[in-house]
Ligand binder design. Structure first.
Ligand code: F6P
Length: 514
């Protein structure tokens, strides 16, 4: 397969980027796309029709359309692990799912929703017969971020807590004020081997057993979501308390599966299904809309333009809605774990840049922290502004200020401002491209659409860069080294076989503290 940088369209884009194109003649109305309730305005990107045409040619030359079909049909798009990536099947109607998984999904989705219903209705009770009032969801990365994002964004009517970090302070805090008799603990781990999750699960098990004094309580108070039922059973969770996740669902694409159990408990079946329906609406759009009207593809192409041709090595997610406060973190995992790759699908090193660093925050707090650098720093970057038109509350004036800041920042980033003659330090260079994503309101369906939009953006970019977005081999080395350091931190162990910096820090930590 031809490397992207050898394609005609890539070279055309490089030539366009080399030209001074300050006189962008764009009609803002032609730089916006919509689907139900979601507007994507890219009139603040540094593109014109020539650039857009060349980007669309790049999508054609790299075979994005065929790749999209492969994804939906269950081809082995995760080439290094020889797996399909069928998160879209989780949210498709039965008849649109690949046949090999359709019945399985149907049955297991029903089982998961039944668990959620029984917990919500107090039908499934703890060991002392009390209904559950709180759910503690233990998981990390994709086994936490999606569910927490959705529960935070949409609320619901159940007390759900999330515990991910191995830091003991977090574990103590998560359980501090809970009644063990009314607490259900969900352990979400595809591998059931992740250090943080298992450490926290063991803490939760001791917490429960010490307080209830009932050895049988684990079976009654724990649910596992995992592909490794054996390991869950060894931990003490019986097979009939395990909900499945399959190897064709990646961790960061898993909120649509049983990993979304806390979402279904918080929102109920209707809310969970609406979320899936919204994502499916985006899937259908992605699969059928012509390239120039295709939101995920256009979002991906604009990202390629900024990343590979305008030298933007970072991309900010600026979220103007506190309900979506952890969206930047979610997108960080989605994009950086998927596309932070330097080897292409044929095993050769990539000669072009792949994913930028994704970062961001909840606004307007960011404006009083890092926007100074955005306005007057020296580095190129791009940004997505994400806002919601209807705030879901009646503090109209506050919301007007929030939106005014969102739109004003986008304008300032692009237009900048000249400095007065005697005050060069006041110059704001501008020329920083951004896209504005505006939801008409934040509900289950629209949130599903928004998350699927970004999933597909990531997929399109991976096709163009020729990399696999569904594996994450890079995180393994750090896990192995942590295990070695953990052993060395033990009382009788030696800090050998590690580099000088690590060994010296281990020594420091082992010295008695005053
Ligand atoms: O950090 C690597 C990773 O495997 C992520 O991809 C995943 O979301 C997370 O760890 C949790 O994995 P698991 O669900 O197997 O505990």
């Amino acid at each position: 397969m031809t490397a992207p940088e050898d394609l005609q369209s890539w070279n055309r884009l490089a030539a366009l980027a080399a030209q001074e194109r300050d006189d962008r003649k764009v009609d803002p109305a032609s730089m916006r796309l919509t689907t139900d309730g979601l507007l994507m305005d890219f009139s603040r990107q540094r593109v014109d029709q020539d650039i857009i045409d060349a980007l669309l040619a790049l999508a054609r030359e790299t075979g994005v359309e065929a790749a999209i079909e492969n994804l939906f049909e269950g081809a082995l798009v995760n080439v290094s692990e020889r797996r399909a990536a069928l998160h879209t099947a989780m949210r498709a109607p039965h008849e649109e799912r690949p046949e090999a998984v359709a019945d399985l999904i149907e049955a297991e989705q029903a089982r998961m929703l039944d668990v959620a219903r029984r917990v919500r209705e107090g039908d499934w009770r703890g060991a002392t017969g009390k209904p559950f009032s709180t759910v503690v969801h233990i998981g990390i990365g994709g086994s936490r971020l999606g569910p927490e994002l959705v529960v935070n964004a949409l609320g619901g009517d159940f007390d759900i807590r999330f515990l991910s970090n191995v830091d003991g302070n977090a574990a103590i805090l998560a359980f501090a004020d809970l009644d063990p008799n009314e607490t259900l603990i969900v352990v979400a781990s595809k591998s059931f081997g992740t250090l943080e999750t298992l450490t926290n699960a063991r803490f939760a098990r001791s917490w429960l057993l010490e307080r209830t004094g009932d050895a049988n309580a684990v079976a009654q108070h724990f649910v596992a979501v995992t592909a490794n039922v054996e390991a869950a059973r060894d931990f003490g969770i019986p097979a009939d308390r395990c909900l499945p996740i399959w190897d064709w669902i990646g961790g960061r694409y898993s909120l649509w599966s049983a990993v979304g159990l806390p979402i279904a408990i918080a929102l109920g079946e209707t809310g969970f299904c609406e979320l899936l329906d919204g994502a499916h609406d985006m899937d259908r759009h992605f699969r059928t809309a012509p390239p120039a009207q295709n939101l995920p593809l256009m979002l991906a192409l604009l990202g390629i333009w900024n990343n590979n041709f305008l030298d933007g090595s970072t991309h900010a997610m600026l979220v103007y809605d506190s309900r979506l406060a952890i969206l930047p973190q979610f997108l960080q995992q989605l994009e950086m774990e998927s596309s932070g790759k330097s080897v292409t699908n044929d095993g050769s090193p990539s000669r072009i840049d792949t994913a930028p660093v994704i970062w961001g925050g909840e606004e307007t707090d960011g404006q009083h922290a890092f926007h100074q650098l955005l306005h007057q720093g020296t580095r190129a970057f791009s940004a997505d502004f994400i806002a919601v038109a209807d705030p879901g509350h009646d503090l109209a004036d506050q919301h007007r200020w929030l939106l005014a800041n969102c739109l004003g920042q986008g304008e300032a980033l692009l237009a900048g401002a000249p400095s007065p003659a005697d005050a060069p330090h006041q110059a704001v260079a501008g020329n920083h491209p951004s896209t504005t994503l505006l939801l008409d309101r934040l509900d289950d369906r629209r949130l599903g659409m928004l998350l699927a939009l970004y999933e597909h953006k990531v997929f399109c970019q991976s096709v163009i860069w020729g990399i696999n977005p569904f594996d994450q081999w890079g995180v393994e080395l750090g896990k192995q080294l942590a295990r070695r350091v953990y052993d060395a931190l033990g009382e009788d162990s030696e800090a050998d076989d590690m580099d000088a910096a690590t060994a010296s820090l281990v020594d420091t930590l082992k010295k008695p503290r005053p």
